[in-house]
Write a protein that binds this ligand. Sequence first.
Ligand code: HSE
Length: 428
Amino acid sequence: MTTPLRLGIAGLGTVGAGVVKIVQGHGDLLAARTGRRIEIAAVSARTRNKDRGVDLSDYAWEDDPVALARRDDVDLFVELVGGSDGPAKAAVEAALDAGKPVVTANKAMLALHGQDLAERAEASGAALRFEAAVAGGIPCVKALTEGLAGNEVTRVMGVMNGTCNYILTRMESSGLPYADIFEEANGLGYLEADPTLDVGGIDAGHKLAILSAIAFGTQVDFDGVQLQGIERVSIDDIRRARDMGYRIKLLGVAARTESGIEQSMRPTLVPENSPLGQLEGGANMVVIEGDAVGQIVLQGPGAGEGPTASAVMADVADIARGLVPLPFGRPAATLARAVRANAATACAHYLRLTLKDEPGALARVATVLGQHGVSIDRMRQYDHAAGDAPVLIVTHPCPPSDLAGALGGVMDTGVVSGEPVALQIQNT
Ligand code: HSE
């Protein structure tokens, strides 16, 4: 057997402790699978004297992750610090510039600096792997870069933030509003230190941008992701969507269209009986469509100690085997800047309007929708009360810009009270 692969692990939070546990607990298994023993040489974290539930006494300690990355006895730098810039990025750059492979779970860093880091990695011949950065324990980066290498990928979709899926599914099962379930999720420790990263769709947007780059062979274009969080999703819409056969998910969609790449992360209705529609709690799901394979669906835990450490170790194992896969599945120099689609793909929409309960109100709405080219597929009225007539409409597919124009016209009719709600539907 060859010499051991010696890890330097920066960041000893939940995931870091999980990685230590796997290295300590599965030493023989990993050696058998990779042909090389995997050891931990040194570690680093913000606080040294803290019980992390793992024995670190055999490992050297560094306060500074950059110093850890540069240690002579570290062959592979594992970055689990987090944050798009700062110490995490400085340490990753130090390792790559020294020709040392890096494994990271840092989606924000890759979403914002992925191109530069991939170029650095390839310039020095070092591997840069990030399976754990997208959808936790689901091996979707490998699926795209390796398993589907023979496909022209046409669309990638997914629920990539478990906290948001927990909140949306708990709202539905409990009947409680967003604010209450947000507090519940917070109490359970599900939210990031900055909760906007979760509920604002940013964390999921980072993940989608990374997958989109791999799928379509472009540079990562996080700014090109149209982002909308779940903060304004109401329990009423969750219930009404269900009445119409849908569930609301924070859904990411990246697609190649005739005019360019379209990327969005927003609350979206999916059919309740589809795999995405059946996803409960904190789970993640990634759906990939390729011209040869058709559609594949990957489901699993998107966060947490074991699942994320599992993904980190998959990358560590590849490096132990001597593999140096290209970070984005093709040479970084060949990744073109993403051309953004100039028009969003047509889709069905869900509309919830509260109309004045008077003769002709519905007819006026239908007329205006028709004038803007928006055709009604299904419609339902419910819970008439005190002069108000709530109406649910599912449209036939239409460009979102047509729907926006139609909604403006609908508001001008004077028969609508309150704010209309319009959400896109993905018939997955
Ligand atoms: N906060 C994320 C989630 C996990 O809830 O899915 C890390 O990206």
